[in-house]
Design a protein around this ligand. Structure first.
Ligand code: HEC
Length: 108
């Protein structure tokens, strides 16, 4: 596939519904990118916000958080991680995107 075609495909596939099984990591990562999460969060090191791995380690053992994180992410967060920054509300995700993203974060 030509690089330009590939880039175009990546740009017009934000719903990612057509991605096949086994591409879960890529789908989550790409969604985190298009929704702006990666501007403040990295996978494995602390950036402006905590790393997705640190979030997973903290929250994955508590089943309640799978349900709560969408509200936390939508509403924003401050003071939980001792960061100098706050996370402002992130209302830009549909329910489906949010579920995918939360599952993805917790699987890191
Ligand atoms: C402007 C920077 C910024 C953006 C954009 C951002 N975050 Fe955050 N995020 C932060 C900071 C800073 C914290 C730590 C806040 C705190 O100390 O409670 C955080 C915390 C979190 C937490 C943990 C919340 C808690 O209370 O423990 C989750 C989950 C999270 N972010 C997910 C996301 C997702 C998903 C996105 C994309 C939709 C996103 N963030 C976008 C900066 C950001």
């Amino acid at each position: 596939m030509k690089p330009t075609v590939y880039l175009l495909a990546a740009a017009v596939a934000p719903t990612l519904a057509l991605a096949g099984a086994g591409e879960d990591f890529d789908r989550g990562y790409e969604l985190a990118g298009t929704k702006g999460c990666l501007e403040c969060h990295a996978l494995s090191y602390r950036y402006i916000g905590p790393s997705f791995r640190a979030l997973a380690e903290t929250y994955r053992l508590d089943p309640d958080y799978r349900r709560r994180l969408p509200y936390i992410i939508r509403g924003g967060s401050a003071g939980h991680w001792g960061e100098r920054f706050v996370m402002w509300p992130q209302p830009q995700l549909t329910d489906q995107e949010m579920k995918l993203l939360v599952d993805w974060i917790l699987s890191q």
